[in-house]
Design a protein around this ligand. Structure first.
Ligand code: URA
Length: 231
């Protein structure tokens, strides 16, 4: 149970100061009765604001089809972000909704968002080798030795000393390939190709672990059970 003013502020309704005013104005009920004590503790399921149940009191785990052109950063100076696709109230939640790993601005595809911080840490930790599958289009015909280089466990990215873990590259066409990584280094797919002199023109993430976009259109998301990855 949490304090009423804290519940409303953490779910993004308003500031804590505003929550106190809302409560004093009688807009908030607990178990059907108006309360005027903003410090009162309550179970979220019993709270109503203007007669409506609370907007998603449980933690969030969302699978988003990230469109091109949006960043995963919360820093407004970096431009429009994936969070702008969420309902405004969810954008103000605390803990904040954040991405599990990142896709760069010019990469589309499957991106997970959550406000469960330990899940972010677990799934982005190098120890948790969740396979991520990308489709890349490159600027010239794929070289036959590329699959071997990606799989070697010896491929070095510019400016790094630790070689990349073995990755699987499967050609889909002369300039198109599917790549499976178990790591999540900065711009990793683009930099792995760059290490062999290729430029990635298009990059899309198809899968994260056992999850796929299915028929989600770019910009849409669907909710996943919060125990999807276990507890
Ligand atoms: N590799 C990249 O180069 N960019 C991404 O967004 C993800 C993986």
């Amino acid at each position: 149970m949490r304090r009423l003013d804290q519940i409303l502020a953490n779910l993004g309704y308003c500031s804590r100061r505003e929550a106190r005013a809302w409560i004093e104005a009688g807009r908030v009920t607990v178990a059907g009765r108006p309360v005027d004590d903003f410090g009162r503790k309550a179970a979220e399921a019993e709270v109503r604001v203007d007669g409506e149940p609370l907007d998603h009191p449980d933690p969030l785990l969302l699978l988003l089809h990230k469109p091109l052109g949006l960043v995963c950063s919360h820093d407004a100076r970096e431009g429009p972000s994936v969070y702008s696709l969420l309902p405004p109230r969810w954008q103000r939640r605390n803990p904040q909704v954040t991405s599990i790993g990142r896709l760069d601005k010019e990469t589309s595809g499957l991106l997970l968002l959550t406000d469960i911080a330990p899940l972010v840490h677990r799934l982005t930790s190098p120890r948790h080798k969740v396979p991520k599958v990308y489709r890349a289009t490159v600027d010239r015909d794929l070289a036959p030795e590329l699959a071997e280089r990606f799989a070697s466990g010896a491929l070095l990215l510019e400016g790094e000393e630790d070689p990349c873990a073995p990755a699987v590259l499967t050609a889909l066409g002369p300039r198109e390939a599917e790549i499976t990584l178990t790591e999540g280094r900065y711009h990793q797919v683009r930099r792995m190709f760059a290490a062999s002199g290729f430029t990635v023109l298009r990059l899309h993430r198809l899968r994260f672990g056992d999850l796929e976009l299915e028929n989600l259109a770019a910009g849409q998301w669907r909710e996943l059970p919060i125990n999807h990855f276990g507890r």
